[in-house]
Design a protein around this ligand. Structure first.
Ligand SMILES: C[S@@+](CC[C@H](N)C(=O)[O-])C[C@H]1O[C@@H](n2cnc3c(N)ncnc32)[C@H](O)[C@@H]1O
Length: 482
């Protein structure tokens, strides 16, 4: 697809329910991610790195909405980070002043992000703002606890992104920290903002570059680094596996990829080489053996196309009923390749369906940390429209009239049955085993309610110790239920 068409498609996408859901999912995950990697009481001293490889302009029109999810991904990340640091400080102060009623007047931790819409472009808006009160300073040491990199190749988007970002920073500081200043530096294709006065330690780097020329930061694979790389390209040719590998080479590195599965399905005949790179099929001989097919004749394009198609659409006969179309098979095979190429213990996938009821893309997340998996499942669960499946469908919303609802979608009865089927007849099962089973082997989020249901209808009982005392975290599962 020509890039012009892709851009047009993207701008339409922003206004769709699934465009909103994608941003909500990202926001929700970040709201869990910053606290988990930066919490004040932890003795480990993690550095959190966010990399957005295809940032866009950060804002979609003239509005300055109050809802974070109405902004583009770079502004979402910065708003969540600023809001997190502020909230953390308010909570610490509350604890410190516990008992002192006068000091403990409750301060709202929510941040007001919105302001009046403007008819000016972001550059002029920023000039106006800087004229009123310029709170820029130089940058002494950009070594911060949170470091965010935003990469974008389009010149106009970069100009807008820099201005939008600075306007958000200025307005936030003016509103909540009127004596704070922020560091600013511009150097070649890189612009940097640093907010490092307590309670903040945030560095923001905006880089005009193709993602393919952006090198991972030198500390990305350090032991104390926790990183999330978000890749949200228009198509599939800019995220070859060898690039993804660079950003997920260490245990602390997570990636969230917008995998354009429907484009892969549509354009594989036109660009089989691009799909080979996307999947990282470096050794075609080995891939052929793995999939039990013949190695392609590279001189013959048709042969290559058929080879690539049969790999990416492959599916075990017993799994056929699990996949509703080739697009979902492509996503599953990509996940298989991804797992084999990067440090990844857990992988979660979220299917997005368009208004015509066709699968559009998959959001794929990898992590090595069970808490990362839990938080992503929670975000996907809340953004999902279909209980028990990680899926969101414009068709259901726009054609069938389903109302978007970001609450918990688990049906506790159903989860209870899944747990019971796994452990039936087992004695003395520790709660950690049950929660790990739900987390790692089911599409559900672990909650206590299903256990209460099982207990109420006698399918599980609490274990008693030798002296008859209750062991509250261990359960006996009955053999059968009437
Ligand atoms: C789908 S949009 C990203 C949207 C963004 N995540 C958001 O939430 O608004 C893709 C962006 O990547 C940019 N882009 C396209 N090709 C690129 C490349 N090779 N390297 C970096 N950026 C690229 C486009 O200009 C566009 O702004």
């Amino acid at each position: 697809m020509a890039s012009q068409n892709l851009e047009e498609a993207f701008f339409k996408e922003n206004d769709t329910p699934h465009g909103l859901v994608k941003r909500i999912l990202y926001k929700k995950y970040l709201q869990a991610y910053f606290p988990k990697t930066q919490y004040e009481k932890v003795s480990y001293n993690y550095k959190t790195i966010i990399i957005d490889g295809f940032s866009g302009a950060g804002r979609y029109g003239n509005e300055w909405p109050n809802e974070i999810e109405k902004y583009g991904s770079p502004l979402i990340a910065v708003m969540v980070a600023l809001g997190f640091c502020r909230k953390k400080r308010i909570q610490v102060n509350r604890k410190r002043n516990a008992g002192d009623a006068a000091e403990n007047v409750s301060i709202d931790t929510n941040v007001v992000w919105g302001s009046d819409p403007s008819t000016k472009n972001p550059e002029n808006e920023l000039l106006e703002e800087l004229k009123v009160k310029n709170i820029r300073t130089g940058i002494a040491d950009p070594n911060c606890d949170i470091h965010m990199y935003f990469v974008e190749k389009n010149r106009n988007n970069i100009i807008k992104l820099k201005c939008n970002m600075e306007l958000i920073i200025i307005r936030f500081l003016k509103r909540y920290y009127p004596s704070h200043k922020y560091g600013y530096a511009e150097e070649g294709s890189r612009t940097m903002f640093v907010i490092d006065t307590e309670p903040f330690s945030i560095c923001i780097e905006i880089k005009r570059s193709e993602f393919s020329s952006f090198d991972p930061p030198s500390d990305l694979s350090h032991r104390n680094t926790r990183s999330l790389t978000f890749l949200d390209p228009f198509g599939y040719t800019h995220t070859p596996m060898e690039r993804v590998q660079l950003f997920a080479s260490a245990k602390g590195n997570e990636v969230l990829i917008n995998f354009r599965s429907s484009y892969v399905n549509r354009f594989v005949s036109r660009n089989p080489g691009g799909v080979i790179k996307l999947f990282g099929m470096d050794d075609l001989e080995k891939v052929a053996r793995l999939y039990g097919i013949e190695r392609p004749d590279l001189e013959k394009n048709d042969d290559l196309v058929e080879f690539v198609k049969s790999v990416i659409r492959s599916c075990e006969p017993e799994d056929r009923s699990r996949f509703k179309n080739n697009i979902c098979k492509i996503a599953r095979n990509y996940e298989r390749f991804l797992r084999s190429k990067i440090e990844c213990k857990f992988l979660q996938s979220f299917e997005v369906v368009d208004e015509g009821n066709t699968t559009l893309y998959h959001l794929i997340h990898t992590t090595n940390h069970p808490k990362g998996l839990e938080a992503m499942k929670e975000s996907m669960n809340r953004c999902s429209q279909t209980e028990g499946e990680m899926q969101m469908s414009d068709y259901q919303v726009l054609r069938k009239g389903h109302v978007l609802n970001f609450g918990n979608k688990d049906k506790h009865e159903q989860v209870a049955t899944v747990i019971y089927e796994q452990f039936a007849g087992r004695k003395d099962v520790h709660i950690d085993k049950i929660s790990a089973f739900v987390r790692d082997n089911t599409p559900y989020v672990y909650r206590k309610k299903p256990l209460r249901i099982l207990q109420k209808d006698g399918r599980i009982t609490r274990v008693r110790g030798r002296n008859g005392e209750l062991q509250t975290k261990n359960y006996n599962f009955s053999d059968t239920v009437e």
